[in-house]
Design a protein around this ligand. Structure first.
Ligand code: SF4
Length: 238
């Protein structure tokens, strides 16, 4: 079990398979602040979910094992992935994301509500740059760096053709992780903006995060998200 950054580096780089990596991620305790927060949230719970067990642990990637498209988020939501145990599952961001992925042909259904809901991702996988729910959705730079080897190891195994980065945090996390994973991506990271595309292997596409902050205000519309996924699918199938 990883108890510090050195453990994460060692266990991530030596994982012999995606299954081993997932298992090692799921018991990680390397970031004391995030471990305390994820467990506190899982104990106190939101009133609406008081009758449900919370996962309260790190979140693995979910989807195909050799996907053409990887969707990279920031971190699990306190009452979303941290509750349900699956990334982008059980919150409003998941509602938006899965509707778009379903319309693009990357998901078997337009909803992601709980681990037994039958969702299958089609040639796609969803990951979080930081695998534990952070207070206020804000991991510290040290927590981001501590968690990065899990992302690097997973990207090296997946070898996607396209990465869709949801939000600036994921965008900035994607490039160094992809380089360390053997990808050929620009050394100079382009400025983040919705629809910005960084050609390479893989190509990285920026999208505004489907958080309520963006979707309620109209900063991100369903049409804008559809455009990003249409581009991702076109590039993945080229
Ligand atoms: S954020 Fe990452 S490195 Fe930190 S405890 Fe969670 S899984 Fe481990």
């Amino acid at each position: 079990m990883a108890r510090d950054a050195g453990d994460v580096r060692r266990l991530a780089s030596s994982a012999p398979s995606l299954g081993h990596l997932d298992a090692r991620v799921s018991v990680c305790r390397a970031c004391p602040r995030l471990v305390a927060w994820r467990e506190e949230v899982a104990t106190e719970k939101r009133a609406a979910f008081a009758d449900q067990p919370y996962w309260g642990r790190p979140i693995q990637g979910y989807g195909a094992e050799r996907p053409a498209v990887v969707v990279l988020g920031l971190a699990p939501a306190a009452h979303g992935g941290n509750r349900t145990g699956r990334v982008f599952t059980g919150d409003r961001s998941a509602d938006w994301l899965l509707r778009a992925m379903h319309r693009a042909g990357l998901a078997s259904q337009p909803t992601s509500t709980h681990v037994g809901d039958g969702l299958r991702l089609l040639d796609a996988r969803m990951l979080a740059a930081v695998r534990c729910a952070p207070p206020a959705n804000k991991p510290t730079p040290a927590e981001r760096d501590t968690c990065a080897p899990w992302l690097v190891a997973e990207l090296a195994m997946l070898k996607p053709k396209v990465v869709v980065a949801l939000g600036q945090f994921a965008w900035l996390s994607a490039f160094p992780a992809l380089r360390q994973a053997g990808g050929d991506v620009p050394a100079q990271v382009p400025k983040f903006g919705h629809g910005v595309l960084a050609p390479g292997a893989p190509t990285v596409i920026a999208s505004y995060h489907p958080s309520q902050q963006n979707t309620f205000t109209g900063k991100l519309t369903e049409a804008m998200l559809d455009d990003v996924f249409a581009t991702a699918v076109t590039l993945a199938r080229a």
